[in-house]
Design a protein around this ligand. Sequence first.
Ligand SMILES: [Zn+2]
Length: 66
Amino acid sequence: MIAGRCPTCKKPYEIAELRDLPTFPFCSERCRLLDLGRWIDGAYAIPGQEVRNPTGEDDKADDEDD
Ligand SMILES: [Zn+2]
């Protein structure tokens, strides 16, 4: 017997074995997708990542002489 709690809706559940709950550790597909959606929202919410400087000027100090 496995007792757990859904990370999304906090609903406790008890299952005999893991394959009884394909969406483990979530109680349902809906909760699994909700959690996934949160991750994706978070990823998109990060501003200003991977923005290259179009002028080619380095922000980082390039002190080493070539
Ligand atoms: Zn749930």
